[in-house]
Design a protein around this ligand. Structure first.
Ligand SMILES: [Cu+2]
Length: 207
Protein backbone atom coordinates (compact mmCIF):
# COMPACT_ATOMS: atom_id res chain seq x y z
CA UNK A 1 0.00 0.00 0.00
CA UNK A 2 1.31 3.46 -0.86
CA UNK A 3 1.29 5.82 2.10
CA UNK A 4 -1.02 8.83 1.82
CA UNK A 5 0.54 12.03 0.53
CA UNK A 6 2.49 13.86 3.22
CA UNK A 7 3.28 10.78 5.24
CA UNK A 8 6.74 9.32 4.85
CA UNK A 9 7.80 6.02 6.22
CA UNK A 10 10.01 3.03 5.66
CA UNK A 11 13.61 2.21 6.62
CA UNK A 12 15.26 4.95 4.49
CA UNK A 13 13.20 7.65 6.16
CA UNK A 14 14.12 6.32 9.59
CA UNK A 15 17.85 6.32 8.78
CA UNK A 16 17.62 9.90 7.51
CA UNK A 17 15.78 10.96 10.64
CA UNK A 18 18.41 9.32 12.82
CA UNK A 19 21.25 11.07 10.97
CA UNK A 20 19.65 14.48 11.61
CA UNK A 21 19.01 13.90 15.28
CA UNK A 22 21.18 15.57 17.94
CA UNK A 23 23.31 13.20 20.00
CA UNK A 24 21.43 14.00 23.18
CA UNK A 25 18.34 12.51 21.65
CA UNK A 26 20.05 9.38 20.39
CA UNK A 27 19.09 7.44 23.50
CA UNK A 28 15.42 8.03 22.76
CA UNK A 29 15.59 6.87 19.18
CA UNK A 30 15.40 3.08 19.56
CA UNK A 31 12.09 3.41 21.38
CA UNK A 32 10.81 5.94 18.90
CA UNK A 33 11.77 3.68 16.00
CA UNK A 34 10.08 0.78 17.70
CA UNK A 35 6.93 2.85 18.03
CA UNK A 36 7.16 3.77 14.35
CA UNK A 37 7.73 0.17 13.36
CA UNK A 38 4.77 -0.99 15.41
CA UNK A 39 2.61 1.79 14.04
CA UNK A 40 3.62 1.17 10.42
CA UNK A 41 2.70 3.87 7.93
CA UNK A 42 -0.99 4.10 8.49
CA UNK A 43 -2.86 6.67 10.59
CA UNK A 44 -4.12 3.91 12.85
CA UNK A 45 -2.74 3.92 16.36
CA UNK A 46 -3.61 1.36 19.03
CA UNK A 47 -4.49 3.86 21.73
CA UNK A 48 -4.66 7.35 20.23
CA UNK A 49 -6.64 9.32 17.68
CA UNK A 50 -3.89 10.77 15.47
CA UNK A 51 -6.20 13.14 13.58
CA UNK A 52 -7.39 14.62 16.86
CA UNK A 53 -3.77 14.73 18.05
CA UNK A 54 -2.69 16.73 15.02
CA UNK A 55 -5.62 19.13 15.40
CA UNK A 56 -4.78 19.72 19.05
CA UNK A 57 -1.06 20.09 18.31
CA UNK A 58 -1.75 22.79 15.74
CA UNK A 59 -4.28 24.55 17.98
CA UNK A 60 -2.42 24.39 21.30
CA UNK A 61 1.29 23.81 20.56
CA UNK A 62 1.92 24.93 17.00
CA UNK A 63 2.47 28.59 17.84
CA UNK A 64 5.62 27.67 19.78
CA UNK A 65 6.79 24.45 18.12
CA UNK A 66 7.62 23.65 14.53
CA UNK A 67 6.44 20.40 13.09
CA UNK A 68 6.82 20.32 9.31
CA UNK A 69 4.05 17.79 8.83
CA UNK A 70 1.61 20.01 10.72
CA UNK A 71 2.74 23.16 8.86
CA UNK A 72 3.44 25.09 12.05
CA UNK A 73 6.28 27.56 12.63
CA UNK A 74 8.28 28.36 15.76
CA UNK A 75 11.01 26.55 17.71
CA UNK A 76 11.81 22.96 16.74
CA UNK A 77 9.38 20.34 18.03
CA UNK A 78 11.44 17.27 17.17
CA UNK A 79 12.40 16.67 20.81
CA UNK A 80 8.80 16.97 21.96
CA UNK A 81 7.58 14.65 19.22
CA UNK A 82 10.30 12.09 19.96
CA UNK A 83 9.44 12.01 23.65
CA UNK A 84 5.70 11.78 23.09
CA UNK A 85 6.21 9.11 20.43
CA UNK A 86 8.33 7.13 22.85
CA UNK A 87 5.97 7.14 25.81
CA UNK A 88 2.47 7.57 24.35
CA UNK A 89 1.65 3.87 24.14
CA UNK A 90 3.50 2.77 27.25
CA UNK A 91 2.18 2.23 30.73
CA UNK A 92 4.13 2.95 33.92
CA UNK A 93 6.58 5.73 34.70
CA UNK A 94 9.71 7.07 33.04
CA UNK A 95 13.02 5.59 34.12
CA UNK A 96 16.68 6.69 33.93
CA UNK A 97 17.43 10.21 32.73
CA UNK A 98 13.76 10.78 31.87
CA UNK A 99 12.68 10.03 35.44
CA UNK A 100 14.75 12.93 36.76
CA UNK A 101 14.29 15.28 33.79
CA UNK A 102 11.76 17.39 35.69
CA UNK A 103 13.11 18.37 39.11
CA UNK A 104 10.68 17.78 41.93
CA UNK A 105 9.91 20.97 43.80
CA UNK A 106 9.55 20.81 47.54
CA UNK A 107 5.94 20.84 48.53
CA UNK A 108 4.81 21.57 52.06
CA UNK A 109 1.77 23.22 53.61
CA UNK A 110 1.83 27.03 53.57
CA UNK A 111 1.32 28.85 56.85
CA UNK A 112 0.08 32.43 57.01
CA UNK A 113 2.55 35.01 58.26
CA UNK A 114 1.45 38.59 59.01
CA UNK A 115 -1.76 38.08 57.03
CA UNK A 116 -0.03 36.66 53.93
CA UNK A 117 -0.12 33.09 52.70
CA UNK A 118 2.55 32.34 50.09
CA UNK A 119 1.55 29.69 47.59
CA UNK A 120 3.74 29.82 44.50
CA UNK A 121 3.34 28.12 41.14
CA UNK A 122 5.73 25.30 40.33
CA UNK A 123 8.74 27.11 38.81
CA UNK A 124 9.42 24.27 36.36
CA UNK A 125 6.05 24.74 34.69
CA UNK A 126 4.27 21.72 36.11
CA UNK A 127 0.60 22.24 36.90
CA UNK A 128 1.20 22.36 40.66
CA UNK A 129 1.44 24.81 43.48
CA UNK A 130 4.40 24.67 45.86
CA UNK A 131 1.95 24.06 48.73
CA UNK A 132 -0.67 21.30 48.67
CA UNK A 133 -2.59 22.96 51.51
CA UNK A 134 -2.49 26.07 53.67
CA UNK A 135 -3.63 27.47 57.01
CA UNK A 136 -4.38 30.97 58.27
CA UNK A 137 -5.97 32.81 61.17
CA UNK A 138 -9.33 34.46 60.64
CA UNK A 139 -9.36 38.03 59.40
CA UNK A 140 -7.95 39.79 56.38
CA UNK A 141 -5.86 37.25 54.47
CA UNK A 142 -3.85 37.75 51.28
CA UNK A 143 -2.88 34.77 49.19
CA UNK A 144 0.23 35.64 47.21
CA UNK A 145 1.28 33.50 44.25
CA UNK A 146 4.48 34.14 42.32
CA UNK A 147 4.81 32.35 38.99
CA UNK A 148 8.40 31.99 37.77
CA UNK A 149 7.40 29.68 34.89
CA UNK A 150 6.32 30.64 31.39
CA UNK A 151 3.00 28.82 31.86
CA UNK A 152 0.25 31.32 32.71
CA UNK A 153 -1.40 30.92 36.12
CA UNK A 154 -3.51 32.87 38.58
CA UNK A 155 -4.54 32.37 42.20
CA UNK A 156 -8.18 32.08 43.16
CA UNK A 157 -10.11 31.29 46.32
CA UNK A 158 -13.59 29.93 46.81
CA UNK A 159 -15.69 28.82 49.76
CA UNK A 160 -18.00 30.26 52.44
CA UNK A 161 -19.45 32.79 50.01
CA UNK A 162 -16.00 34.02 48.95
CA UNK A 163 -15.18 33.83 45.24
CA UNK A 164 -12.11 35.75 44.09
CA UNK A 165 -9.74 35.34 41.17
CA UNK A 166 -6.40 37.17 40.95
CA UNK A 167 -4.72 38.37 37.75
CA UNK A 168 -3.14 35.86 35.37
CA UNK A 169 0.68 36.10 35.47
CA UNK A 170 3.79 34.37 34.11
CA UNK A 171 7.59 34.84 33.99
CA UNK A 172 7.99 36.07 37.57
CA UNK A 173 4.66 37.86 37.90
CA UNK A 174 2.73 37.90 41.18
CA UNK A 175 -1.00 37.24 41.49
CA UNK A 176 -2.80 37.98 44.75
CA UNK A 177 -6.28 37.80 46.23
CA UNK A 178 -7.24 39.43 49.52
CA UNK A 179 -10.37 38.53 51.43
CA UNK A 180 -11.79 38.78 54.90
CA UNK A 181 -12.02 35.15 55.96
CA UNK A 182 -14.06 33.64 58.76
CA UNK A 183 -13.04 30.33 60.33
CA UNK A 184 -13.77 27.50 57.94
CA UNK A 185 -12.40 25.59 54.99
CA UNK A 186 -11.75 27.24 51.65
CA UNK A 187 -10.28 26.06 48.37
CA UNK A 188 -7.45 27.85 46.59
CA UNK A 189 -6.92 27.05 42.93
CA UNK A 190 -5.70 28.27 39.52
CA UNK A 191 -8.58 29.25 37.23
CA UNK A 192 -6.58 29.08 33.97
CA UNK A 193 -7.80 26.44 31.50
CA UNK A 194 -8.08 23.05 33.22
CA UNK A 195 -5.22 23.64 35.67
CA UNK A 196 -7.48 23.14 38.67
CA UNK A 197 -8.58 19.74 37.42
CA UNK A 198 -4.93 18.88 36.69
CA UNK A 199 -3.99 19.43 40.33
CA UNK A 200 -3.60 23.16 40.94
CA UNK A 201 -5.85 23.32 43.96
CA UNK A 202 -5.68 22.80 47.70
CA UNK A 203 -7.48 23.41 50.98
CA UNK A 204 -7.04 26.56 53.03
CA UNK A 205 -8.04 26.02 56.64
CA UNK A 206 -8.88 29.20 58.56
CA UNK A 207 -9.06 29.08 62.37
CU1 LIG B 1 -2.49 27.53 36.32
Amino acid sequence: MTPPEGIECGPQRMVKALARTPRSLAALIPGALLALALGGCSLKHPTANLVSGKQMFVAKCGSCHTLGHAGTTGAVAQDVAAYVGLVAGRSGQDTGALATAIPSVSSKPAVEKDGVVEINADPTGQLKFTAPSASATAGKVTIRMQNMSSVMHDIAITGGGVNMIGPIVDNGGVSTVTASLKPGTYTFYCSVDDHREAGMEGKLTVK
